[in-house]
Design a protein around this ligand. Structure first.
Ligand code: SF4
Length: 365
């Protein structure tokens, strides 16, 4: 059976963060109920035969904002329809203010085994400045409840935020590490079109953000957190996000819900971003067949693999795409020697390479 990852999009939030461009809308009981009807219909129509599910990921939006019964109904249906591996990683993204003991207990009982908190900063002034509706204390309470029920907890931080400096990030890292959680993600802020930050004219200080990232990598390494992907750090290999590895390895995944994406049997499928279309059953808006031998597939393989500390398996790449990567790219590899290395027959970014990853990838393709 072929491995499969499942993503379920829950597009509701209590408030709109000032930097956010995700497909989500404000929570209302009526919208949620119609949405879940459509979501269950979409899942019910999917043919899971021939697949073994290795991971399920509830993302958003804010999955913890809806009633736990909604999440459990979706999970029950997936369990009924699909073969789920006994070791499957089942994650739910939660915001601190909508997490509770009641939810933790039901999630645990239903088989969810990983909690990913949207924290972003531990500085209340910064949280307020970016439109987050929780404080650091609210996160502390949520995290302490989560620790009673789960042994795989992650927290997201953002660098490049207004008001942030080296000292505030150091405090963020010290506080998060001291909680004893297993995984930390650190994302660089991108000011997207249409967000409040963009309308205010906020610009990310790229030099400061590069320094913050470098400080974070060093600090976390000193505390035993391994950077296994450009934005992701885990205490031990077993806490790496297995769901994300499916994306980075170009494995099969199916996305259910508004704006969800799938890559399955070489089809790249996009769901509609229109709530009305979605609840009326017009789920899919784009479908593209990607030939496994197309240069796009090879380029994507390089691009995704280089994000990870494991890098690109050169032998299997050459076999799969009938190529000789090291000879073909010998010129570029020489020029990029400061940023790239070949180790154990894998092409990997050196530490300096992670800071300029996008430019390197472009020059390598
Ligand atoms: S909670 Fe997440 S999805 Fe919702 S508005 Fe904030 S950043 Fe966007």
């Amino acid at each position: 059976m072929k491995p499969l990852a499942i993503y379920v999009h829950i597009p509701f939030c209590k408030a709109r963060c000032y930097y956010c461009s995700f497909v989500s809308s404000l929570y209302s009981l009526d919208r949620v109920s119609k949405y879940f009807d459509a979501l269950l219909r979409e899942i019910d129509l999917f043919d899971f035969s021939g697949f073994v599910v290795n991971s399920i990921y509830f993302g958003g939006g804010t999955p913890s904002v809806v009633k736990q019964e909604n999440i459990l109904t979706v999970l029950d249906l997936i369990k009924k329809k699909a073969f789920i591996s006994a070791e499957a990683e089942i994650t739910i993204e939660c915001n601190p203010e909508s997490f509770s003991r009641e939810k933790a207990m039901s999630f645990k009982k239903a088989g969810i085994n990983r909690i990913s908190f949207g924290l972003q900063s531990t500085d209340d002034k910064i949280l307020k400045r970016i439109g987050r509706i929780h404080t650091y204390n609210v996160f502390l309470k949520a995290c302490s409840i989560a620790k009673e029920y789960f042994s795989n907890i992650s927290a997201d931080l953002i660098i490049g935020l207004p008001g942030q400096d080296k000292r505030s990030l150091k405090t963020d890292l010290e506080r998060v590490v001291s909680l004893g959680i297993e995984h930390i993600s650190i994302y660089g802020l991108k000011v997207e079109e249409g967000t409040l930050l963009q309308k205010e004219g906020y610009k990310v200080d790229e030099d400061l953000t590069a320094d913050l990232y470098s400080n974070a990598v060093d600090y976390l390494a000193g505390k035993g957190f391994i950077r296994y992907e450009v934005s992701n750090f885990s205490k031990e290999d077993k806490y790496r996000s297995r769901h994300n590895f499916t994306y980075w390895n170009r494995g099969d995944y199916v996305g259910f819900g508004l704006s969800a994406h799938s890559f399955i049997n070489n089809y790249r499928i996009e769901n509609t971003c229109s709530y009305i279309d979605y609840i009326e059953g017009e789920t899919e808006c784009k479908r593209l067949l990607i030939s496994p031998l197309e240069s796009e597939a090879a380029e994507e393989t390089i691009m995704l693999a280089l994000r990870t500390s494991d890098g690109l398996d050169i032998k299997s790449f050459n076999e799969k795409f009938n190529r000789d990567l090291l000879s073909e790219k010998s010129g570029q590899l020489k020029q990029l020697d400061k940023f790239l290395k070949v180790e154990d027959n894998r092409l990997k970014l050196k530490d300096d390479g992670f800071y300029v990853m996008n430019e390197i990838i472009v020059r390598l393709l």
